[in-house]
Unconditional design. Structure first.
Ligand code: M6R
Length: 577
């Protein structure tokens, strides 16, 4: 979701900004642009579509300033067009801004601008910020920005260039991530510190803070007063990765899963999760929570729940002290999950974040946190993010024999990846690629995996897929099954064998084509096609059984010629509620 970059004190500013934007590509976007000062005038260069288009436009740009801002836009207000693309210039050309977040009172602000004779040209909420800055400007940029920040309701991270101060960037934020980096003779800002090159230290702007960036360093302010927020050293270990010869990041990341799992277990085995747990997350992170729920209840003997972050914030469910809200998020930046964490704090729950990105917002919002060791995940569709979350929770819940089984999971994952390369998996992918509708079913720990399998297929192939509990099929959805409808059955728990076999036979009786993902010989035999996975503890199986589902979805997407790493309409990091 939208990404911000900015540098002051860098030669070849246009090219530097484009490199930074490339590092933010993983967040998802549909247009991109940069702005800088040339001969005292602000210039914006923009392109719809891929950053490669912007790169072509800026290849020969050699502005006389060493300062600029850039942005990748993920459309929320208005279509992905050049006019809606950032940076936005103010009506008199004095300001250029980039913005991430959502301005909730944009209607009123638009009316305010219009009442002052300023007509916005785009459909965006962001453009208004540029006009408001110019309307409020009396020669003091900081005062104008503070005034504007006060007028804005919602979430925002904003980078500002002013034509009167061509070597300065002003930045301010509230409820949207923005990090300031300092290096030798330059200063930078970004939505994600990993996008910055050559910086030595990072400062994460807190809600209501602002920063004035000059090549010599940054000054920080809160309510008009200078402050000195703590700076963290920049770790190059978190630098973004490359494809290493794989056709796609998703494929590479799928194969990294056993190693990521081993690193995560090693790092988190001494951390403990206790009490009644409520797992909270969105998308795949919610599915990870659902998948570990049976394990949590089995080990802790306390009622536990899994809840969508977006539902948690509007439900009354958890109000008791003593509940631990476990916030699951690969990015640590998902706005719904951050809002849920704040709400959980308000309800006096203990908050515990499990994220894959160190220093992300959730680590600062929650009382405790643990970091999975999946390494940077670039593909929009998560793979190693999901399995690392499952494994992190398993490592933090188990002791003794089960903890040993957790340590052995990476080996089972290696075998499951091999199973995902078989003829059967290929056949399954071919069948799904030509099917308009696909069902994924499972129960207990397999339920979360079924939902995750359906989500993976939807995300990257655009095929309609429904994940559903096996037991629920007969309560309505079975009416959709007819000749040849593929039904992917995830089965890893021997105690459910009879139930699974009955479900399979009722699907086949209606002409459904059953694809079994299982370690069970009877379930294999009852399926039309089966991908056999290695046997493991059924409470831990989600980290293993999901692998063939990822692989089948990946292959189907490749067969259909989809943009696997950057599927349409999706953002890696969903930073709006
Ligand atoms: O970064 P998070 O784990 O908080 O992201 C949550 C979801 O947006 C994410 O899992 C999404 O569903 C993925 N695209 C799934 O592949």
């Amino acid at each position: 979701m939208c990404g911000i970059i900015g540098y002051t004190g860098k030669k070849n500013i246009a090219q530097e900004l484009v490199v930074g934007l490339e590092k933010l590509e993983y967040r998802g976007y549909d247009s991109a642009g940069i702005a800088y000062c040339e001969h005292g005038k602000l210039v914006a260069v923009k392109a719809v579509g891929r950053i490669s288009e912007l790169k072509k436009l800026t290849e020969v740009s050699r502005p006389d300033s060493a300062c600029g801002i850039g942005h990748t836009r993920w459309a929320t207000h208005g279509r992905p067009t050049l006019v809606n693309c950032h940076p936005h210039l103010s009506y008199g050309g004095k300001f250029a801004i980039v913005h991430n977040g959502i301005i909730e009172n944009c209607k009123q602000l638009r009316a305010f601008c219009e009442s002052r004779g300023v007509s916005p040209v785009s459909d965006t909420d962001s453009e208004l910020i540029a006009h408001l800055l110019e309307l409020c400007f009396d020669g003091d940029l900081r005062r104008a920005a503070d005034k504007v920040a006060e007028m804005l309701k919602g979430s925002f991270a904003v980078g500002v260039l002013c034509s009167c101060r061509p070597n300065e960037i002003y930045a301010f934020s509230s409820r949207s991530p923005l990090v300031i980096g300092e290096g030798k003779n330059f200063c930078a800002l970004a939505s994600d510190g990993n996008a910055l090159s050559g910086v030595d230290t990072l400062v994460f702007l807190k809600d209501g803070e602002s920063a004035l960036l000059r090549p010599s360093g940054a000054e920080y302010y809160r309510k008009g007063k200078r402050v000195n927020p703590p700076a963290a050293p920049f770790s190059s270990a978190s630098a973004l990765s490359v494809k290493d010869g794989f056709a796609h990041y998703m494929l590479k990341e799928m194969y990294e899963q056993p190693e990521a799992a081993a690193r995560t277990v090693a790092a988190l085995s001494d951390v403990r999760l206790r009490g009644a747990l409520t797992f909270i997350g969105c998308g795949s992170s919610y599915h990870a929570g659902l998948s570990v729920l049976p394990l949590a209840e089995h080990v802790l003997r306390k009622p536990s729940y899994a809840c969508l972050a977006g539902e948690f914030i509007c439900s009354e469910r958890v109000k008791r002290r003593g509940t631990t809200a476990v916030l699951l998020s690969q990015s640590g930046e998902t706005a719904d999950t951050v809002a849920a964490a704040l709400e959980a704090e308000r309800r006096a729950c203990r908050t515990f974040a499990i994220v894959n990105v160190p220093s992300s917002t959730l680590t600062r919002v929650c009382k405790r946190h643990a970091v999975t060791r999946a390494g940077p995940e670039i593909a929009v569709a998560t793979t190693k993010g999901f399995t690392s979350q499952v494994i992190a929770v398993a490592a933090m819940l188990t002791r003794g024999q089960t903890a040993d089984s957790v340590k052995r999971l990476p080996f089972a994952m290696e075998k499951a990846l091999a199973a995902a390369e078989t003829q059967e998996a290929e056949e399954a992918a071919r069948l799904l690629a030509i099917s308009p509708d696909v069902f994924f079913i499972g129960r207990k720990a397999d339920y979360g995996v079924a939902l995750e399998g359906a989500l993976k297929l939807k995300e990257i192939t655009y095929i309609n897929a429904l994940g559903i509990s096996s037991g629920e099929l007969k309560h309505g959805s079975i009416s959709l099954i007819s000749d040849g409808t593929p039904v992917v059955v995830v089965h890893t728990d021997p105690s459910l064998r009879e139930k699974t076999l009955l479900t399979i036979s009722s699907v086949r009786a209606r002409g459904g084509f059953v694809i079994g993902i299982t370690d069970d010989s009877d379930v294999c035999a009852a399926s039309d096609l089966a991908v056999r996975i290695p046997h493991c503890d059924p409470f831990l199986s989600p980290a293993v059984s999901v692998l063939p589902l990822q692989s089948i979805a990946y292959r189907a997407a490749v067969l259909l010629g989809r943009d696997v790493d950057k599927p349409r309409n999706l953002a890696k990091s969903v930073t709006v509620e």
